[in-house]
Design a protein around this ligand. Sequence first.
Ligand SMILES: Nc1ncnc2c1ncn2[C@@H]1O[C@H](COP(=O)(O)OP(=O)(O)OP(=O)(O)O)[C@@H](O)[C@H]1O
Ligand SMILES: [Mg+2]
Length: 307
Amino acid sequence: MKEGDMEFLTEIAQFEASVDMEKEYRIGWSWRHVRIWPATLSRLFKDGYLDNVFRSNSFTGYKLTEKAKALISTQKQETSTETQSVVPLNLSDDLFRDIIGHEDIKDLLKATLLAEKPVHVMLTGPPALAKTLFLWDIEQIFGKQAIWLVGSATSKAGLWDLVAEREPKILLIDEMDKMNAVDMAALLTMMEGGRLVRAKRGRELDINNPLKVIAASNRLEKLSPELRSRFAIRRLNPYNRSEFLTVVKGVLVSKEGLSDDLAEEIARKLDGRSQDVRDAIRIARLAPQVGVDKTISLLLGGEKNAN
Ligand SMILES: Nc1ncnc2c1ncn2[C@@H]1O[C@H](COP(=O)(O)OP(=O)(O)OP(=O)(O)O)[C@@H](O)[C@H]1O
Ligand SMILES: [Mg+2]
């Protein structure tokens, strides 16, 4: 079992406990439900910790095996007999390992995660610069202590109630600029550890558990000045040529499973033609069918120097 797998299993167990596995999840849950990379899940499957209860082109449904459940329950007994001191957050070198470059952002985020009192950070900048990936990685280490929100799809219950109920340590908000006005207003108060005037009984936030917010957004214009003021706003700049080459090669090899040579070829041929890592990913996915050159011209059109 690889380091960290136990945490994955515990998270999955928590998920399974929170839903009706007999009814709603009869065909199992997918990586999207548990927010664990498909590659990790297939490893856990190979090792006998997951059952593959359903498989179609678009959906692979898993559930925990008895072997995994047994392991989790022994682990639980062990930890409950240990002294329950507050474990300081241990940021391993693995955190952000899948993100290439952006060293200063990594340092900034690690510092804020370790800080005792909250500093909120907003990552902003053009598409495909790994902003969402940063939030994702943070969610992986915080597990249940994190709440993940996408601004355009805030839950019906409302942000305030969600936070009051789950008492997360960290709130991760992607596409912050699309968040609705009510939630934005709640956020303003929360970020300063304030009280909501009209909070329902039992819905007050615990001021001893100050919340950190890490957000991502393409645009800042939609955000009110007072909200912007509550964040350390960190801009991610587009990759320069050599960064783009490194990132593309890295992503194509590690995430798309390409050989070094093919990744190198695609990165080199895209040089000067695209700044978008997602272009490279699309090319990598189509190239096996029609070849790299043809795919590039199909996707990006025409000649290298055409207007
Ligand atoms: N520095 C990087 N390291 C690893 N992967 C990267 C990097 N930059 C981009 N990518 C890859 O590019 C794709 C887009 O990344 P991501 O979704 O995090 O971008 P984003 O900044 O959130 O973009 P958007 O603003 O459009 O939401 C992902 O597949 C990601 O793996
Ligand atoms: Mg994103």
